[in-house]
Design a protein around this ligand. Structure first.
Ligand code: GLC
Length: 554
């Protein structure tokens, strides 16, 4: 039964339909284009595709401002195209997850339009109103520097409405049972069309009590159980992956003590400390974050990521730590965003350094949890800082050296294709990397395949082994009488470590290298001496060849 929990040991690939592949030639990516690229994604080895919002939207926040939850924006195709896409995924054994953005709607949504027309509207109580300007109207802002308040006066209805995000994203009154029923209906609709789960947007805000004078959010965690139960009744394998950038001591409130709430959460704690480790070589805060997020129910899982479609949020680091990451990866004002983050993509932050990119991705694949990869990172795509805010990291996929990187036949893509400098499509594209066995793309494919062949990482318990060297992280996973050991050197020079590795069940102490022929044998005192080159990494199976005879999962 436990093997059925696909999300414990998969690889999720996040993409935006509009940026992926344009089949119609109008400059915007669409479902027919995406369908043509499914063999590429299958070849890469992804087990689930997470689609960013594709429902009708005025697109004032990258589609996170929806006007109809039950449709596909005509820019991307039709509902029919969507079903062709999910069918295509099903045929290839790829699951589909979609964004579920129900903390707020667009202000153009018919519900809000109706709600503001009259205080008697049946939708009035679907939103959050105040007759007077709330005293806390300037607090709780999510996008400092761009957003100015969390309450806006609506002339039409002569009242203030609440919006955690931008003023054109009025918050839904999620405590209203009608709104809750509608959220379930939305999930039910997309489940019926073949999706296996949802990346739930802004979960802490969805479940917060929303009313004037609520500066400290009060969460209604029971709501999460309602979502979970509904999902499981309809489709047993479906999951919710929560976007919840919260402190570790509330993790279990989201997962549920018995695993009866959300299946997955993004691990923001690990994400931020990981970038600190990449910036400074100091792995201690990362180790603390891994320890702090260790406990979770057996059926729950962390989603790990490097970069996503938003800024790299460093808000949970100390001021000194944050400044260290800024100095290394986003020293210029223009690279930073919302007073707390960096808006660049991974490859430019790491200056296109292949060894560092491999280190970062090897880590992503081996940290406790399920890796979530961002489209374009598999070829090392860059960013366009001339675009506003987060758009810089959402440029079209670079497929080939054809005009517009092969993304569209139109000469006016909806966001410019990166076409200058070392990250331009002429240099960074899928077609060339596909032909080159040494390319990042082919390395990614190999490392992803290896990750899927090491279920210990998704399922097992982890231990952090002492290396005596703060720049070298040694992680060991044990599961069903098997063990793997992964090493990562964050330093820009070589490090030699001595390591004591306990055998599994009386087996050999040898370490079999999973990525090369460079195996390690313990010395007479049982110690391994391993030299890691600058930014080097190793994946070992503990126990020599006898592990094969003992494996109980094959
Ligand atoms: C989440 C999304 C972000 C969006 C916001 C409002 O944080 O990741 O892109 O702007 O929610 O929906």
């Amino acid at each position: 039964m436990i093997n059925d929990l696909w999300y414990k040991n998969g690889i999720i690939y996040c993409l935006n339909v509009g940026s992926f592949m344009d089949a119609s030639g109008d400059g915007t990516g669409d479902f027919p284009g995406l369908l043509r690229r499914l063999d590429y994604l299958q070849g890469l080895g992804v087990t689930a595709i997470w689609l960013m919002p594709f429902q009708p939207s005025p697109m004032r926040d990258g589609g996170y401002d929806i006007t109809d939850y039950y449709a596909v924006d005509s820019r991307y195709g039709t509902l029919g195209d969507f079903v062709e896409f999910t069918h295509g995924c099903q045929q290839r054994g790829i699951r589909v997850m979609i964004d579920l953005v129900v903390n707020h709607t667009s202000d153009q949504h018919p519900w809000f339009q109706d709600a503001r027309r009259s205080h008697d509207s049946p939708y009035r109580d679907w939103y959050v109103w105040s007759a007077d300007k709330p005293a806390d109207a300037e607090s709780g802002i999510v996008f400092p520097g761009v957003q100015t308040s969390t309450w806006t006066y609506d002339d039409a209805s002569q009242a203030w409405y609440f919006h955690r995000f931008f003023h054109f994203q009025p918050d839904l009154n999620t405590a209203n049972p009608h709104v809750q029923a509608e959220i379930l209906k939305i999930m039910g609709f997309w489940l019926q069309l073949g999706v296996s789960g949802f990346r739930m947007d802004a979960v802490p805000f969805v479940i917060a009590v929303k009313a004037p004078g609520q500066p400290q959010p009060v969460e209604q965690y029971d709501m999460l159980r309602t979502f979970r139960e509904f999902l499981q009744w309809r489709v047993g394998e479906a999951i919710i992956l929560a976007e919840a950038n919260v402190l570790p001591d509330t993790d279990l409130d989201y997962f549920g003590d018995d695993g009866d709430r959300l299946h997955m959460m993004f691990n923001f704690q690990v994400n931020q400390t990981l970038f600190y480790a990449l910036a400074t070589g100091d792995t201690r805060p990362l180790i603390e974050a891994m320890d702090a997020t260790r406990s979770k129910p057996a059926t729950a899982q962390w989603g790990n990521f490097l970069r996503n479609h938003d800024e790299l949020d460093l808000g949970r680091l100390s001021e000194d730590q944050r400044q260290a990451v800024f100095a290394a990866f986003g020293p210029e004002r223009d690279m930073q965003l919302y007073d707390r983050g960096i808006r660049r993509r991974l490859a430019p932050m790491l200056r296109g350094n292949r060894a560092r990119m491999e280190l970062a991705y090897s880590l992503l694949m081996t940290l406790p949890g399920t890796p979530v990869v961002r489209y374009g990172d598999e070829i090392g795509m860059g960013d366009d800082l001339s675009l506003p805010e987060r758009s810089c990291a959402r440029t079209p996929m670079q497929w080939s050296t054809e005009p517009q990187g092969g993304f569209t036949k139109s000469d006016k893509p909806y966001l410019p294709v990166i076409s200058r400098g070392s990250f331009g499509y002429q240099t960074i594209n899928v077609a060339q990397q596909r032909r080159d066995p040494e390319s990042l793309l082919n390395w990614m494919e190999r490392i992803m395949r290896m990750r899927k062949e090491v279920p210990e990482i998704g399922w097992g318990d982890f231990a952090i082994l002492g290396t005596g060297t703060p720049e070298v992280l040694a992680l060991r996973y044990d599961w069903r009488n098997n063990a793997v050991l992964v090493l990562h050197n964050f330093a820009d020079t070589a490090r030699e470590i001595a390591l004591d590795v306990a055998a599994v069940d009386g087996g050999s102490r040898d370490l079999i290298n999973l990525l090369s022929e460079d195996h390690s044998h313990a010395d007479d005192s049982g110690q391994h001496h391993i030299r890691l080159e600058a930014y080097g990494y190793r994946w070992f199976r503990v126990g020599g060849l006898d592990y094969l005879l003992k494996r109980s999962d094959v």
